[in-house]
Design a binder for this molecule. Structure first.
Ligand code: ATP
Ligand code: MN
Length: 463
C-alpha cells in the first residue's frame, strides 16, 4: 500500500496500484446503485480525485454517507481507469477512515462561490479553496524559479536583516521596532530617549535589503536577497501590502543596461516556468479569473521589453490625448494610470522606463551627466503597472555625499555605506521585484490581498 498524492493518483500510470490517500472531502454524492462518490483533494493539484465507496464498506452507513465538504479522511484502495469523462482515473475504496468531521451547518466552505472579500475574513480556511490552492502552488513555483534562475547564474543568496537602523528610501514609511513601554517612555529634553531602547537607537522593520545587499555585492560580485519587507504606507490600494516579499539582486560591475537585460530575462524565466510547471493552475486562472491571462503572458514572453527614457515617456503621455486623473508634466512621479497607459495601450508590451528626474529618486541612484536625471529604471507590465524598481548605484563618493545632504540625510549615519565607495568602489546595479505583484501579473488576480497567505494591510492583521 503506497502513500501517494491526488496528483499522482490522477495520472493514468497509477492504474492498477494499491494506494493510500490523505486529504479533505470536497463533495460527496450518493448513487442510486448503493454506493457513493467522494471528491477528494489534498492540495497536490487543482483537480480532485474521485473515490468510489461501495455500500459494502463496514462504515458505509455510519460514516461514509455522512461525509461532506471539509471532512478529513484516509482512503485505501485500488486506482482504476475511470469511466467518467474528464478524469483518467478513480479509486475504488477498500477502506475510508475519517479523521475529522466538519459540521455542514457551520462550515463556511460548505457552499461554493464565495467572494474574495469574504474569503479574506476566513484566511485560515481559504487555502482549501481552488483559487487559493492554485495561488499557493504558483507562489511556491515562482519562489523556486527565483532561486533556480540566480543559482544557475552564480549569484549568492544572502540574508539581509529584518531589523535595521537605516531607512533605505529616505521616506517615512517605516514600522518602528522598540521594546520601550509606550505608556512610560524615557524622555530627554521632551524627546524619546532611544538610548534606553533595546538597540540603544531607533530601529525599524526593513523596507528593502538593498543597502546590505550592496555590501555583499561589493566584495562577492553577484548576490540576491529574497525575504520579507515592510512598508507602513497607509495606502489602501489593490497593489500595496504592509508586509510583502521582495527579491533584490545586486551585481558588481553591472551598468543600467546590464540591469535591464537581467530583469527581462528574470521575468521571462518566471513566466516560462509558471506556464510549464503550473499548467493546470494557469488554466484555472484563465478560465475563472482572467480570460486574457495566457495570451498576455505568451505575448510578454515573445516580446522584447521596450526601453524608454522617462523624458520621452512624459512627452508621449502629454501628447496622448488621454484624460488622466493626475495631469502629466516633466518632474512628476508617474501614477499607475500613466504606467498602465504606456504598457497596455500605447505599446502593448512591458516597458522599462529609465533616467528619472533626480528629485524623484533616492540618494543612492547614479546621477547622469545631464545633472537632472538619475540612472533609475522601473519595469512596467500589462495588467499590473510597476513590478520592478531598480537603478545603477552611485559609486562616486563625493557625489553620493552631496546627494545625501541634498535629501536631508546625515552622511555620518551611513559611514559604512560610504566606505564601500571609499575602498575599491565599483560600478554596480540592482533592482527589487515584488513577489506579490509578480503573482498578480501571473494569475490575473485583481487584489494583492488575495495572492499572499496572510495579508497585512492598514487595520487588518488577524491571522
Ligand atoms: P509603488 O510606486 O508601486 O508604491 P515603489 O516605487 O515604492 O512602488 P520600490 O521601492 O521600487 O517600489 O520597490 C520595488 C518593488 O517592490 C516594486 O516594484 C513592487 O513590485 C514592490 N512593492 C513596493 N511596494 C510594495 C507594497 N507596498 N506592496 C507590495 N509590493 C510592493
Ligand atoms: Mn511605494
Amino acid at each position: 500500500m503506497e502513500l501517494i498524492t491526488v496528483a499522482s493518483a490522477r495520472q493514468a500510470e497509477a492504474i492498477g496500484k494499491q494506494v493510500r490517500l490523505q486529504g479533505w472531502v470536497r463533495t460527496r454524492r450518493d448513487s442510486k446503485g448503493g454506493f457513493s462518490f467522494i471528491e477528494l483533494n489534498d492540495g497536490s493539484c487543482q483537480g480532485n480525485l474521485q473515490i468510489v465507496a461501495e455500500a459494502a464498506l463496514p462504515n458505509y452507513e455510519t460514516e461514509v454517507k455522512k461525509l461532506g465538504a471539509g471532512c478529513s479522511v484516509t482512503v485505501e484502495g485500488e486506482v482504476r481507469q475511470s469511466p467518467a469523462k474528464g478524469q483518467a482515473t478513480e479509486v475504488a475504496a477498500k477502506s475510508v477512515t475519517v479523521h475529522g468531521w466538519a459540521d455542514a451547518e457551520s462550515y463556511p466552505l460548505q457552499k461554493k462561490g464565495h467572494s474574495y472579500e469574504f474569503l479574506r475574513t476566513i484566511a485560515h480556511l481559504r487555502p482549501r479553496t481552488n483559487t487559493f490552492g492554485a495561488i499557493a502552488r504558483l507562489r511556491n513555483q515562482v519562489s523556486r524559479s527565483i532561486h533556480d534562475f540566480f543559482q544557475e547564474q552564480g549569484f549568492l543568496y544572502v540574508h539581509t536583516p529584518i531589523i535595521t537602523a537605516s531607512d533605505c528610501e529616505g521616506a517615512g514609511h517605516l514600522f518602528k521596532v522598540s521594546t520601550l513601554n509606550p505608556a512610560q517612555l524615557p524622555l530627554q529634553n521632551g524627546q524619546v530617549d532611544f538610548t534606553k531602547d533595546f538597540f540603544h537607537r531607533p530601529t525599524f522593520l526593513t523596507v528593502s535589503g538593498q543597502l546590505e545587499a550592496e555590501i555583499f555585492a561589493c566584495g562577492l560580485g553577484k548576490v540576491y536577497t529574497f525575504g520579507p519587507t515592510f512598508r507602513a504606507e497607509n495606502s489602501n490600494t489593490s497593489r500595496h501590502l504592509a508586509e510583502f516579499w521582495m527579491i533584490e539582486p545586486e551585481m558588481a560591475y553591472f551598468d543600467l543596461q546590464d540591469n535591464m537585460t537581467l530583469a527581462e530575462s528574470f521575468l521571462k524565466r518566471i513566466i516560462r516556468d509558471a506556464l510549464d510547471k503550473c499548467g493546470e493552475d494557469m488554466k484555472f486562472f484563465q478560465e475563472r479569473v482572467d480570460k486574457e491571462i495566457l495570451t498576455r503572458l505568451q505575448g510578454v514572453l515573445n516580446s522584447q521589453f521596450l526601453r524608454l527614457p522617462y523624458t520621452e515617456a512624459v512627452e508621449i503621455l502629454e501628447k496622448s490625448g488621454e484624460k488622466f486623473e493626475f495631469p502629466v508634466r516633466w518632474g512628476i512621479d508617474l501614477q499607475s494610470e500613466h504606467e498602465r497607459y504606456l504598457t497596455e495601450k500605447k505599446f502593448g508590451c512591458p516597458v522599462i522606463l529609465f533616467d528619472y528626474p533626480r528629485t524623484l529618486k533616492p540618494f543612492y541612484m547614479r546621477v547622469n551627466d545631464d545633472g537632472k536625471t538619475v540612472r533609475a529604471m522601473d519595469v512596467l507590465v500589462p495588467g499590473v503597472g510597476e513590478i520592478i524598481g531598480g537603478s545603477q548605484r552611485e559609486e562616486r563618493l563625493d557625489i553620493l555625499e552631496q546627494r545625501m545632504k541634498e535629501q536631508g540625510l546625515d552622511p555620518a549615519g551611513y559611514w559604512w555605506y560610504l566606505d564601500l565607495r571609499r575602498y575599491g568602489t565599483v560600478p554596480h546595479s540592482g533592482f527589487g521585484l515584488g513577489l506579490e505583484r509578480t503573482l498578480l501579473f501571473l494569475s490575473g488576480m485583481g487584489n494583492i490581498r488575495d495572492v499572499v497567505p496572510f495579508p497585512r494591510v492598514p487595520g487588518s492583521a488577524e491571522f
